[in-house]
Design a protein around this ligand. Structure first.
Ligand code: ZN
Ligand code: FE
Length: 241
């Protein structure tokens, strides 16, 4: 049975994600930072929440988690090795652990780089990847805590997932990412076409997330970086672009 996945826009450019396991009706939410927006969206969709999945400790991902848990009696899942900077975890998890949402299962992928305790959740039955601020549509997260080598390894783990995987990142950054991507890789025809599509979607006020993993591997310069040094120089260039 499929997953039903819906964006919950928050603040100026964040997304929380509602995930419903259609077979059982169980519901999860990824990174519910704005509890008012998230509770309104979840109530409009039936008023159920079982699981809160946290990707990393930044306030624009976790700030509403305690209030949302209290409202629904849901369980919070997050990185055990970063527990000191997260809300109290009902389920501390690590690389390779499985998280159950009704009949669905998510695999935990540790993906340090943006922060040292960053994790992602991969649902093979989507296939769907919830990767917070690690891989963005046409970009990647800033190296605020981790190293380029860590980010390179994290992106390599994602690259090994099925090409059909839908990538659900934490921000609507695609249009500005596309501008940098075109600057870094000006002859990439697939990227040029994608940038045009992104521009039209944004002009119409539509979301550009999720994206398809196989497209990221063709068009995203960070996902395409051949080695750690190339990724490091791309990331430094983007920081001041
Ligand atoms: Zn972040
Ligand atoms: Fe963020």
């Amino acid at each position: 049975m499929p997953l039903k996945i819906t964006a919950i826009p928050m603040f100026s450019d964040n997304y929380a994600w509602r995930i419903e396991d259609v077979a059982t009706g169980q519901v999860g939410v990824v990174d519910p930072a704005d509890d008012t927006a998230v509770i309104a969206a979840l109530d409009a969709a039936g008023g159920r929440l079982d699981l809160i999945l946290l990707t990393h400790h930044h306030a624009d991902h976790i700030a509403g988690a305690d209030a949302v848990r209290a409202h629904y009696g849901a369980q919070i899942v997050g990185a055990g090795n970063d527990a000191a900077r997260l809300p109290r975890l009902d389920q501390p998890v690590a690389e390779g652990d499985s998280v159950t949402l009704g009949s669905a299962r998510a695999e935990v992928i540790e993906c340090p780089g943006h922060t040292v305790g960053h994790i992602a959740f991969f649902f093979p039955s989507g296939p769907a990847l919830f990767c917070g601020d690690t891989l963005f549509s046409l970009g990647c997260g800033r190296l605020l805590e981790g190293t380029a080598a860590q980010m390179f390894d994290s992106l390599a783990k994602f690259a090994a997932l099925p090409g059909a995987t839908q990538v659900y990142c934490g921000h609507e950054y695609t249009e500005s990412n596309a501008n940098f991507a075109l600057h870094a890789d000006p002859t990439n025809a697939a990227l040029k076409a994608r940038a045009e599509t992104v521009k039209q979607l944004r002009a119409a006020g539509k979301a550009t997330v999720p994206s398809r993993l196989s497209d990221e591997l063709l068009e995203n310069p960070f996902a395409r970086a051949p080695d750690v040094a190339a990724l490091a120089s791309l990331r430094s260039a983007k920081d001041v672009f």
